[in-house]
Structure formats: structure tokens, C-alpha cells
Ligand binder design. Sequence first.
Ligand code: HEM
Length: 400
Amino acid sequence: MENKCPAKFHNVDFCAPATHDNPYEMYDHFLEHEPLYFDEKNGVWEVFRYDDIVTIERDTETFINGEGARPNIPPDPGMIYQDGEQHSKQRALVSSGFTPRQMRKMEDRAREIVTELVDIMLHKDEVDIVEDLAAALPMRLIADMLGIPEEKRASVQQWINQIMIGGCGPDYVTDEVNDAFENFCMHHEEMYQDRISAGCKGSDLLTIWINAELNGEKLDESQLLFEHVLLNVGGAETTRSAIAGGLERLSEDPKQYHALYEDSSLIPNAVEEIIRWVCPFVNMYRTATRDYEMHGKVIKEGQMVGLTYPAANRDPRKYKDPHTFNIFRDFSKEAKHLSFGLGPHFCLGASLARLEVRLSLEEMTARVKSLRIPEGKELEYVSSSFTRGLKKFPAILEAR
Ligand code: HEM
């Protein structure tokens, strides 16, 4: 087929945050005309189609994480940068904090927090859905899980937001990012030493990880540090984007919002549609262990390839009216979204993220009749080639 690539989609820099601001026209172009694209500036490949991402995620012999999961950024000792047995071992040690029992405990705590946050919002003339609910819930939950002292929580959130910026690529690993990482390391060390001095008797996640053992092996200190970073990175900003982005979309579509109030059994499906639609992670990268041909081009051994999840979630080969937000979408007839990835690295926190989005929707639809943006105020977005989402969502709430 003749390639009618418009000039504006030539020489695209996929690491540049602005590339992914309002990206769907561009993603549509690549989905249709250039499903495998070589980004000359960064020397990495990008794939867009749903089936291509599934193929790559499943072929773990050819496409590995061990050389890095962010573009041209070397791996660290965290589980996301491990392959095969080493990955399974580290994941099993960390997932001891995500058992069904832990999740049930988490649900009670999460419900308490959401109720309290919505109470506070209903007493305000104007709220910021991001700060007052979407960021506060995941941050408080993770902080509770990890046992982060109250006075440290705001700083941890700031450091993590900075560290996330570094995930865009080496050009974005600035002094501020390095300082934030150093501060996080000192904070981790303090938390670690506190647990050691207390004889590791607590029930917080860090203590669970220090004690966790599999076939006589434990996480070493550097693995502990990077699992700790990963949990904060993976768990906070992504869930915040899903909650805020979902409520924003529903605020523009009162019929769908009202349908959730009328019939709360629709909420779990709405959660999936929100996560498909918002798709907080722009991509994860893999490295080819051999030359691999796809769409008539060759990904060379040692080259990285980015899996553009939000493009795949709008692939018309898989979804009817992919750009329509539809809480009634039948995922059993279409395809499960790829927002949580797939295969051995499938998001470890997916059930927690789903729980947080579900509880936010349950509480909001039950107690808030409508939400609208105040006149003269605007939505603000985080510009990023790693995680995208709302930064500010000013709103006036009308109680039921
Ligand atoms: C809507 C919210 C979330 C989204 C969209 C999301 C998305 C993802 C994606 C795309 C991956 C990589 C999957 C792959 O490479 O195939 C991942 C991995 C991971 N996520 Fe999440 N995540 C979310 C929430 C969370 C939460 C709440 C936590 C924990 C508190 C978490 C912890 C992790 C961890 C530890 C990994 C690494 C898993 C591994 O390498 O085996 N995530 N997530």
C-alpha cells in the first residue's frame, strides 16, 4: 500500500513529552500506515497495533526486559528489569504483599479513605479532583501499605513525580531527577533501618519484603530499594490518572455517569473502559535478543522496541468505535485492554488499581449528582512520554 505519511509524522521523537500530548491522530496514522516505526533521534523502534504488542510481550525469549524497560535507560535491580527465573523469584517475593487477604484488608481501608475524601470535597465550594481525590487515595494507600511516616508523605510524592520524569529517556534525567532519587534513597534507608532496629516485627510491606524468603533466598538490599521505588512509581501516578481521567470523561457525559448511579453493577465494566481509555502508561520497552522481522522491517539484535499501549487500546482491528468512551463496551466480544501490559510482567498492582477506581466511582456516583468545571478554569495535563494524565481538574460538585 502506498505510504502517505504526512510530513508532520516524519522524524517523530517518541521520547519528547510533547509528542504524546493529544496523540491520537498520530497514533491512528501509525496504526494504519507505519505499524513499526524507527525513531531516528533515539535509535529505538515503536509498535502500535494490539496484536504486535501481544506477540512481543509473549515472546519473552526474543524480547527481554533485562536490558531496560525505559528507552536507552539502563536496568536497575527491580523486578521489572529481570527476566525468566530471576524475575519470577523477585516477583513472588514482592507479591507476598498483594495476596487476596491483603487485598481484602486494603478494600476496607480504601473505602474509609474514599468516604473521608468525598466528605471533605462536599464541604468545599470548589475542589481539585486530582489533588483532593485521585492523587490522595493511591498515595495514602501506598503510604499505609509501606508504613511511610505521615510527615514524609508529601515529600515522597514529590520525589516520585520527579523520578517519573526521568522515565521519558536519558535527556530527561536532570539534576532535579537525580536529587529526587537521592532523597528517596535516604528515605528508604531510614525506613529500612527503623525496621531492622524494631526486629522486623511489623506488618507493613517493607517489613514483609525484608522477611520474605523463597527457597532460602531473600531480596538483597539493592533489590529492596528498587522494588520500593517501583511500587511508588507504578502505583501512584498511574492510578491517579485513571481515577481523574475517568471522572473527567464521565463529567462530560452525564448520561453514562447517571447510569452508574442507577445501576452500580455497571461499575466494574466502567472501570475497565476507564483504564482502556485513559491508559496511563504511554509505553514499556523491550530489547531484541536476535534480529526479528516485522512488517517488512528488521528489529536488530540489541535494539529496543517501545510498546505503545494507548495506541493498541484504540486499535480499530480490536475495538468498535475505538475513540468512543462507552461504559457498556463488551470486552468479551472485543479485546481486553493492554493498559496493564501482558505476560510475566503484567501489572502486579492491577487488582489494587481496579479496586481504587471502582471505590472512587461507587462513592462519587452515590453521593455526587454532577461535577462541572468552574467558569474560567481549565483542565491541566502532565506532559510525558512515560505516564500521561490530568495534573489539575478543578470542579464544582453538586451533592445528591
Ligand atoms: C491504573 C493503574 C496502573 C496501570 C495502568 C499500570 C500499568 C502497568 C504496566 C503497563 C506494567 C508493565 C507491564 C508489562 O511490561 O507487560 C506494570 C507493571 C507493574 N506495576 Fe502497574 N499499573 C497500575 C497500577 C499499579 C499499582 C497500584 C501498583 C502497586 C501498588 C503497580 C505495581 C506494578 C509493578 C510492581 C509492576 C512490575 C511487574 C513485573 O515486572 O512483574 N501498578 N504496571
